[in-house]
Structures are given as structure tokens and as C-alpha cells.
Write a protein that binds this ligand. Structure first.
Ligand code: DAH
Length: 346
């Protein structure tokens, strides 16, 4: 019995020593320490000994058992601690490391200039209006004094929408200009009015460096008592000077648009060459900027505004062209592409 015990003791000691994982621990637990393990078997054998042998052998067995259990427990704790350390090592995060840069988008150059335009006109008491991009023929043309038979319809090559329109308002079109919002606002808000309408418009154009089938305009409309073109000149001079952050001269030339009378075109003094003549102003010293004029009485009438009491002016300019001019962009298609190498410059 004594011999057997000391043999078991060395066997278990070396087994515990070579343990590397909790799986190894489990094997040892089962083989030696379980209810049917080797130590339990020894206990059974103890029962078979003579009364003289029993006490001594019993004491020895108890000692050995305690010793081995303590060894086993110590090893178990170490294995558990090592396991936890390895786990922690895996989960370790360096909270002081620099973060992964987040790619933030930014406002498109057209929107940037649009917001500037809105801010300047707001500061002069204009409110910002909006209207549908799919418009009726009535609002896009008829109500603005452009009947179907009028040759001015040819000025704007139109996309028709393949869907029944309203029988009174005519077919549906993609609006060719922001001017229909003049009419909508006159009808819903009445006089006096001071509005601008930035928005997207569409024309059936062949695309090239300076034309696209989609572009942006800004419409303006001011209606009140005793209004003249002098107010328009003052407002536009103030607007352009604020936008370009220097004094900008403007001039009027006669022009034709069915919804204004008299109609005019407005140019501003070329900012690139200070009117000495360059490619941008085609050596003229002036850059064509917009159409405008005094609102036609037929338009006021359609807008249900008393033309005896009120009059006003309207204008429309190309926001896309303004952005191109402001940043010296020579191809309109860049603005509507999604090339971030281009867009990230703004
Ligand atoms: N809607 C015109 C266009 O797209 C521009 C325009 C001209 C607007 C004269 C106006 C205006 O309000 O009075 O060509």
C-alpha cells in the first residue's frame, strides 16, 4: 500500500507538472480525483486492510490526497489566470492610438453659391420660394404670356412628360425655367411680393462644355407700389457686389421675353480683366448675366394682381453659369459628374 501510494504520488505530481491547458486539467481530474478515480480506488483498498495497518496507511493516504489536491488546485488557478491573460491580450485596445479618419462629404459648389445668393437676397427682404420641377404647360408657358402658337416657345426646347396632364392646365413638362414659380406665388400670396426662386430646370439640349440638359436658375420677382427699373439696378448691383466682394457695375440692354414689358438683358462689368477685354467677356468688357424686365400686365392679371395699384420687375439668371464664372470652371459637365477629385477642390 505504501509503495503503491508513493508511486501514485510521483505519477500525479509529474502529470500535474506537465499540464498546459484546461483540457489537460480535466483529464487529470477524471483519472485521479473523480469518484471513480485512482485516489478513490485507494480509499476502497484501505478498507480491506487489517485493523493494525489501517491507521498508519489511512494517515499516509490522507496526507498524499491533500498534498495532490493542493498541487492540482494551484495548477488550476495558474491555468485559469494564464487563460484570462491571453484573453485580455486579444481584447486589448490602444485607446491612445490616433483614430481612423472619417471621410466627411461637403456641400456641392452649386449649393454653396446658392446659399450665398439666398443669404444676400434675404438680407434685402426677399423670401425664398420653391415650385414643382414637373410643371404644367399652363404655368410654364401660357400664364407667362407664351401661348402655344407663340414663336417664343421655340426658345426653350422642352421635355414633355409621358403622363396625362390636367385638361385645363395642359400637358406636363419638365419646367424649362423657374419663372412659373412667379405665377404660383402671385396666385397664392398676392401683392406686395419680394421673392427669389433658386431651382433646377431642364431643356432638351445636346450636351457640350457650356450646355447641359439640366441646370440651375435663380428667378427674382418684386411687386409693390411705385416700383421702377431703377430699383432692379440697385438691387442687382448690391447683390453682385456682395457676392464678388467688390464694387460691380451693371448695365441694361433691350431684350425680349414675353412675360416682361419692357424686357431687357443685364450685363455686369467683367471682373476678370476689369473691362480691358479678355476671353471671358469676349473682348467686350461686359459679361451677359440675365434676362429681366417690368412684369407684363397680362402676367399680373393671370396672377390676380391689381395692375393699376401694383407693378414690379422680374429677373432670371443661370446659377450654374454664375458658379462657373466664380470659380473659372470651363466645362459644365464637371459640375454634374461625381468625380470627387474635382468636387473636393471646393
Ligand atoms: N426665364 C428666362 C429664361 O429662362 C429668364 C428670364 C428672363 C426670367 C426675363 C425673368 C425675366 O423673370 O423677367 O431664359
Amino acid at each position: 500500500m505504501q509503495e503503491k501510494l508513493s508511486h501514485l504520488r510521483t505519477e500525479v505530481e509529474s502529470a500535474i507538472k506537465s499540464v498546459k491547458s484546461s483540457a489537460d486539467l480535466e483529464v487529470i481530474q477524471n483519472k485521479y480525483f473523480s469518484r471513480k478515480g485512482e485516489i478513490a480506488l485507494m480509499m476502497q483498498e484501505l478498507g480491506k486492510l487489517s485493523p493494525e495497518e489501517k491507521p498508519k496507511a489511512g494517515q499516509l493516504l490522507n496526507e498524499t490526497k491533500k498534498h495532490l489536491e493542493a498541487l492540482f488546485e494551484e495548477k488550476s488557478q495558474k491555468i485559469r489566470a494564464d487563460g484570462m491573460a491571453a484573453e485580455l491580450e486579444k481584447e486589448w485596445v490602444d485607446v491612445t492610438a490616433p483614430g481612423i479618419p472619417y471621410k466627411a462629404g461637403h456641400v456641392h459648389p452649386i449649393s454653396q453659391v446658392q446659399y450665398e445668393v439666398e443669404e444676400i437676397f434675404s438680407s434685402m427682404g426677399f423670401s425664398i420660394e420653391d415650385g414643382p420641377e414637373v410643371e404644367s404647360e399652363y404655368y410654364n408657358f401660357e400664364s407667362l404670356n407664351i401661348p402655344a402658337s407663340h414663336p417664343a416657345r421655340d426658345m426653350q426646347d422642352t421635355f414633355f412628360v409621358d403622363k396625362e396632364g390636367d385638361s385645363e392646365l395642359g400637358r406636363l413638362v419638365l419646367r424649362t425655367q423657374t419663372s412659373p414659380v412667379q405665377m404660383r406665388t402671385m396666385q397664392t400670396k398676392g401683392a406686395p411680393l419680394r421673392i427669389i426662386v433658386p431651382g433646377r430646370v431642364f431643356r432638351n439640349e445636346a450636351t457640350d462644355a457650356s450646355h447641359d440638359a439640366t441646370f440651375y436658375q435663380v428667378e427674382g420677382l418684386l411687386i409693390d407700389e411705385n416700383i421702377s427699373l431703377a430699383h432692379l439696378k440697385g438691387v442687382m448691383q448690391e447683390f453682385l457686389s456682395k457676392l464678388f466682394k467688390k464694387n460691380v457695375l451693371v448695365r441694361f440692354r433691350p431684350g425680349y421675353f414675353p412675360f416682361v414689358e419692357p424686357g431687357l438683358e443685364m450685363d455686369f462689368a467683367c471682373l476678370i480683366c476689369n473691362q480691358k477685354g479678355c476671353r471671358v467677356c469676349k473682348q467686350s468688357g461686359w459679361v451677359e448675366f440675365m434676362g429681366a424686365g417690368m412684369v407684363h400686365p397680362n402676367v399680373l392679371k393671370a396672377g390676380k394682381i391689381d395692375s393699376k395699384k401694383y407693378q414690379g420687375w422680374a429677373f432670371g439668371f443661370g446659377l450654374t453659369r454664375l458658379v462657373m464664372m466664380k470659380y473659372g470652371i470651363t466645362d459644365i459637365r464637371l459640375l454634374f459628374g461625381a468625380d470627387t477629385r474635382f468636387l473636393n477642390q471646393f
